[in-house]
Design a protein around this ligand. Sequence first.
Ligand code: IFM
Length: 475
Amino acid sequence: MIGSSNPAPGLADGGLRFPDGFVFGAATASYQVEGAAGEDGREPSIWDTFSRTPAKVWNGDTGDVACDHYHRLDEDLDLMADLGLHAYRFSIAWPRIVPASRGAVNAKGVDFYSRLVDGLLARGIRPVATLYHWDLPQTLEDAGGWPARDTAAAFGDYAAAIGAALGDRVHTWTTLNEPWCSAFLGYGQGGHAPGRTDAAAALAAAHHLNLGHGLALQALRAVTTNDPEYSVTLNLHAIRGEAEAVRRIDAVGNRIFTGPMLRGVYDDDLLADTAHVTDWSFVRDGDTGIIHQPIDVLGVNYYSTTLVRSWDGQGEKQSSDGHKPADGGTAWPGSDEHVEFLQQEGPYTAMGWNIAPDGLVELLTSLRDQHPDLPLMITENGSAFEDRVDPDGVVRDAERVDYLRRHLAACHQAIEAGVDLRGYFAWSLLDNFEWGYGYDKRFGIVRVDFDTLERTVKDSGRLYRRVARTGVAPA
Ligand code: IFM
């Protein structure tokens, strides 16, 4: 027990012991937590533009202030140390580092991340840096965005610049976070910035994100000096249902990234499914070789499962794919007209996502079967639920505690089944700006009062602290 008056919830004697060296961390992303949107040379990103566009984000929320992490860095670093985190996964805001209007690297932007990395190392916390968690500089979007090839080259240049600055201290570099969301929610479905609804552009964006991943890895390898690990984080869909529909969604939801990144190919069925949308002429000779760079660990973000069946175009189509309702676009180019996304059995989180820890075991064991030599890391897992601070100062987020407990147990089960799982990052360290949902959805293991910006460790955070400190999760 942590304290006699309010023991860490759900942590009984005994429990599930994780292997020595297993990493328990927590994750955030720049636009979701930093605030300071117009400070120290940061230029606008596509999310600044999108969040200021009427009716795109609930309640008109923006990331202007967010958790004010930019100004509360030391307080948040102390919080991470108090939680016993082994690692902190953060993202770097590209528009803080290479403001395109000036062309040069912005020293003040670099300095913020340098202080962050030093502060982590001083506290014995491993820095895990993501280069791109969705905040594309608006100037690059204006020049064509991810559907344009030049954006991939610009991403490589940015990786070289930040790698030169932090490449002696960052432990793990992650190129992209969830490129599926960047390509298909950003350019296909339109629910994410920049809000375009162009299926062909979304497929081109996916390819240029892949290309950017390869170029960034090449650039990082040329400048880092501390022998870091390299990775990418994918939100791989754990797909269940009728076989042909599963194949289609696996192609455009998963293999469009794992194919070129891990095997150096775009699969024929993906090309065939999407042939009426694009001719893929944006893929040039040599591209898949650039994309297919070695990585040390694959980051996997997991929240829930996806249930599909084939659709023949008759009757009213179900479309519960777990994402904010579309405004005319599609997140599934080439397959939208063939597949229904079915409502799944509850219980659900506040996002409406079904809670299915067994889906995590399925996903991890299937990745192990497909890529037996590739170590895996859960780089995000967590749940949104409403919560509150009780009069005694305690946040009793029992549903989030239960979600966390069950998904840690799923990780343990996968390890017992032979999966080389190296770590788990809770999403998220802090309640934060949940994209199209603004501040309405709370994923944090630490509550943020968005009026006062006060932080309060929730019961889920107290449980996680105990797990991180002991290496034992509740059975
Ligand atoms: O908040 C997001 C995060 O930015 C990316 N992965 C999913 C989380 C919850 O929606």
